[in-house]
Write a protein that binds this ligand. Structure first.
Ligand code: SER
Length: 673
C-alpha cells in the first residue's frame, strides 16, 4: 500500500465515523509565538481542547510536523525524522476511550488488514479503564498489554512532573511486531525493548482528560478529549514490509536520486555494504524534504529562529554530502524528486518547485564559499595553539567549528590528526548536550501556549461580528463584547487599552501584512479612540482607548474609520500587487511574496529571489509600476472562487490558508490584478 493510499484511507475512514477532515495547518504556527514549528496534529486544535471553541466536536487530519530535538539521530536509525506527517483523529468532549480504541483497532486490522497476532498494546500504569477496554472489549490477551509509566505512556511525556501546564493525559500505544528477524532473541523482548527494533510503536492514543496546573497537580478537564497521532512514514514502512522508513515509496526515489548524483562509484549503490554511506544518504533525504516544506511555508534561511533551523538543515545536509563526495551545490537538484514524491498529499508544491530550488541553491553556494575561509581559520587556530605550546583543540572551538560553521566532526578530527593535535571531545559533548536541551525546549510545547490569549478570549465570547468596511466607512453599531487583559468585562471606565467587538464593523482588521484601521467609536456620553484593529477568527476586534466617559456592553455607538488613512492604505495595497507583477516580469515567475507591510505612509514588499537586484533590474521594475499607474485603469472588485481567481492571474501568498472565496480585482488595459 502506498503512502498516498494510507493517508487517504485514514482520512476517509475517520470521515466515515463522522470526523470533518481538516487540512494540515502550516508548519509555522499562526497565533502561537511560543512554538517554533508545528510539532503535532493537535496543535491547531488547542482552543477546542480547552473548550474555548465548539464549532466541531470531532476532526481528522494529516498534519505536517517538524521536530528538531534529535537531529543527530536522523539517518542513523530506521525512523527518526525532522519533518514528518502525523495522522490524527480528535474528539473535543465527544467520544472517549472506548470509541478511540475500537476505531484504531478497526482501522489497523480491517482497513489495513494488519494481523491481530502482530499487534501489541501498552497503557498508562494506572489506567485500568483503557486496560479493561483492550482486554474485555477488544479481547487482546493480557500478556500482550503492557503497563508503562508517565515517561512512555503520558502525553506530553512525563507531563505530571515536567510540565508543560495545560491539557494532558494518559495514553495507550499500539505496537506492530515486525517479526523475529528484527528481534534480539531475548525471551523478555517485547514493546519498549531497548535492545532491538522488533516492536515498533505505530499509534499513540492520548486520552486528554486533565489540565495540569503545577507540579503533579492534575485537575480533570470539563470535557474529555481524544488526541491520536500516527506517524505516516513509520506506518508506511510497516505496511510495505521494509526495514527503514527510507526504503518506503516516498523516500526511496529521493535516496536513489542522491545515489544517482554521487560521483564516487563506491558509494552509489543503495544496497551496498557501505552502511555509513546509507546513513548519510538517508539524512540528506530527510533534511532536504524538511527544508523544502519549510520554504514552502514561508521560512527563509536566517541566523535566528525558524530561519536558523532551516539553515541548519541545509548545512547538515551539505556536511553529510561531503562524505558522499559532493564538493559543490547538489541539494537543489533534489527539490524536484521531493516535490514528485510528496505531490499526492501536497499538489500545491508543484508550482513552487523552481522557486524553492533557487532558494536552496543560493544557501548552498554560501556554504561552499565559506569552505575556503574555514580552512584558513582552522589553520590559524592550529598555529596559535602550537605557538602557545598547546596540543589540544578546546571543546568550545570544536563546538564553534561544528555547530556554528557547519563542519562535520569527522572532518575536524581529520584536520587535527593531520596537524598532530588532540581534541577535547568531552568538553565539546557537554556543549552539544546544552545545545540539544535548548533546541528540545524550543520545539517542546511550552507552558504558556494554553494560557489565555486575546484569540481565545474573543472566540470564548461566542460573539459574531460582520465586517462591512469594504462598502462603508461609518456605521451605527452595538457593543457586543469588551475584553480587557484577555478577559471579558462588562464595562470600562479607566484609560488603559481594551478590545471592543461590535455587531457590525467598518474597521478593517490587520491581516496579510495590511495594518488595521484606526478611527473613533462614539456613544452617548463617551468616546473611544480606535488605535488598531485586529482580525481574529474573522471578527474585527477594535483595540481602543477611552477618551471620555465610560463604555459598557450593549451600548449603541457610531463607528467611524479614519477615511484618509484607509484610502492611503488602499493605494499602497494596490501598489504591492503592481510591484509583484512588475518583479515577476523583470526577474522571473519564481518571484514570490514572502511578506509585506501595507501602511498609510509606506509599503514594504518582501520577496524571494536568489541574489540582490542590479540597478537595471530595479529601474525596469520601477518603470513598469509607474507605467501601470499612469494607465489609470478602472478597478472593479469581484468576489470569486479561489481557483477562478488563481486562473485569472491573481497572485496568492503560498503557505497561507485562503478562504474558498476571495476578493480579487478585474482591471482593464492590461494592468495586473
Ligand atoms: N499529541 C500526541 C503525539 O504527538 C498524539 O497525537 O504523540
Amino acid at each position: 500500500m502506498t503512502t498516498d493510499q494510507l493517508r487517504s484511507k485514514f482520512l476517509s475512514f475517520f470521515a466515515s465515523k463522522g470526523h470533518p477532515v481538516i487540512p494540515s495547518d502550516s508548519l509555522v504556527p499562526k497565533d502561537d509565538p511560543s512554538l517554533l514549528f508545528t510539532g503535532a496534529g493537535m496543535n491547531q486544535f488547542k482552543d477546542y481542547f480547552l473548550g474555548k471553541r465548539k464549532d466541531v466536536k470531532r476532526a481528522a487530519s494529516c498534519q505536517k510536523c517538524i521536530r528538531t530535538g534529535d537531529l543527530d539521530n536522523v539517518g542513523k536509525t530506521p525512523s527518526h525524522h525532522s519533518f514528518f506527517e502525523m495522522l490524527g483523529n480528535f474528539s473535543f468532549g465527544d467520544y472517549f476511550k472506548e470509541e478511540a480504541i475500537a476505531w484504531a483497532w478497526e482501522f489497523l486490522t480491517k482497513e489495513l488488514g494488519m494481523k491481530e497476532k502482530d499487534l501489541w498494546v501498552s497503557v498508562y500504569k494506572d489506567d485500568d479503564e483503557a486496560y479493561n477496554i483492550w482486554l474485555k472489549k477488544i479481547r487482546i490477551p493480557k500478556e500482550k498489554i503492557t503497563r508503562f509509566g508517565a515517561h512512555d505512556n503520558f502525553w506530553p511525556a512525563n507531563a505530571p512532573e515536567d510540565g508543560p501546564n495545560g491539557p494532558c493525559g494518559p495514553c495507550s500505544e499500539i505496537y506492530a511486531d515486525r517479526g523475529e528477524k528484527y528481534g534480539c532473541g531475548d525471551p523478555k523482548c517485547g514493546p519498549g525493548c531497548g535492545k532491538c527494533k522488533r516492536y515498533v510503536e505505530v499509534w499513540n492514543l492520548v486520552f486528554t482528560q486533565f489540565n495540569r496546573i503545577g507540579l503533579n497537580k492534575l485537575e480533570p478537564l470539563p470535557s474529555k478529549n481524544i488526541d491520536t497521532g500516527m506517524g505516516l512514514e513509520r506506518l508506511a514502512s510497516v505496511m510495505q514490509g521494509v526495514e527503514t522508513n527510507f526504503e518506503t515509496d516516498i523516500f526511496k526515489p529521493i535516496v536513489d536520486e542522491i545515489a544517482q548524483l554521487i560521483d564516487d562509484p563506491a558509494k552509489k549503490s543503495y544496497a551496498n555494504s557501505d552502511k555509513e554511506g546509507t546513513g548519510h544518504r538517508n539524512a540528506v533525504a530527510d533534511h532536504v524534504r524538511a527544508a523544502v516544506f519549510c520554504i514552502a511555508d514561508g521560512v527563509l534561511p536566517a541566523n535566528t529562529g525558524r530561519g536558523y533551523v532551516l539553515k541548519t538543515l541545509i548545512r547538515r545536509s551539505l556536511v553529510h554530502g561531503k562524505f558522499l563526495g559532493f564538493e559543490e551545490p547538489f541539494l537543489y537538484k533534489l527539490v524536484d524528486s521531493v516535490v514528485r514524491a510528496m505531490k499526492g498529499g501536497y499538489p500545491e508544491m508543484g508550482s513552487r518547485r523552481e522557486n524553492i530550488s533557487v532558494i536552496v541553491k543560493s544557501e548552498e553556494e554560501k556554504f561552499f564559499q565559506i569552505g575556503e575561509d574555514l580552512r584558513v581559520d582552522l589553520e590559524n587556530l592550529a598555529d596559535s595553539l602550537k605557538s602557545g605550546k598547546k596540543d589540544t583543540i578546546p571543546g568550545d572551538k570544536i563546538f564553534y567549528f561544528h555547530d556554528t560553521r557547519g563542519l562535520a566532526i569527522d572532518l575536524i578530527k581529520e584536520f587535527a590528526g593531520g596537524e598532530g593535535l588532540k581534541l577535547d571531545l568531552d568538553g565539546y559533548e557537554r556543549l552539544m548536550e546544552e545545545q540539544r536541551k535548548k533546541s528540545r525546549g524550543a520545539t517542546k510545547l511550552s507552558g504558556d501556549i494554553f494560557s489565555e490569549t486575546l484569540t481565545a478570549a474573543v472566540v470564548g465570547t461566542g460573539v459574531k461580528s460582520e465586517f462591512i468596511g469594504y462598502d462603508k466607512l461609518e456605521s451605527d453599531a452595538v457593543v457586543k463584547a469588551i475584553i480587557k487583559d484577555n478577559k471579558p468585562v462588562k464595562e470600562v471606565t479607566g484609560p488603559s487599552e481594551f478590545a471592543v467587538i461590535l455587531d457590525v464593523s467598518p474597521f478593517y482588521g490587520e491581516t496579510g501584512g495590511q495594518v488595521g484601521d484606526m478611527g473613533t467609536i462614539e456613544g452617548k456620553g463617551f468616546k473611544l479612540e480606535v488605535v488598531d484593529t485586529k482580525l481574529i477568527d474573522k471578527i474585527p476586534v477594535q483595540i481602543c482607548k477611552l477618551t471620555e466617559g465610560q463604555v459598557k456592553s450593549g451600548d449603541t455607538v457610531k463607528a467611524k474609520v479614519d477615511k484618509e488613512r484607509r484610502m492611503a492604505i488602499a493605494r499602497h495595497h494596490t501598489a504591492t500587487h503592481l510591484l509583484q507583477a512588475a518583479l515577476r516580469k523583470v526577474l522571473g515567475q519564481h518571484v514570490n511574496q514572502s511578506g509585506s507591510l501595507v501602511a498609510p505612509e509606506r509599503l514594504r514588499f518582501d520577496f524571494t529571489h536568489f541574489k540582490g537586484l542590479t540597478g537595471e533590474e530595479l529601474e525596469a521594475a520601477e518603470g513598469l509600476v509607474n507605467d501601470y499607474i499612469r494607465r489609470n485603469a478602472p478597478l472593479k472588485v469581484k468576489e470569486m472562487g479561489l481557483e477562478e481567481a488563481k486562473k485569472s492571474g491573481a497572485t496568492a501568498l503560498f503557505g497561507e490558508k485562503y478562504d474558498r472565496n476571495v476578493r480579487s480585482w478585474v482591471t482593464k488595459n492590461n494592468v495586473p490584478g
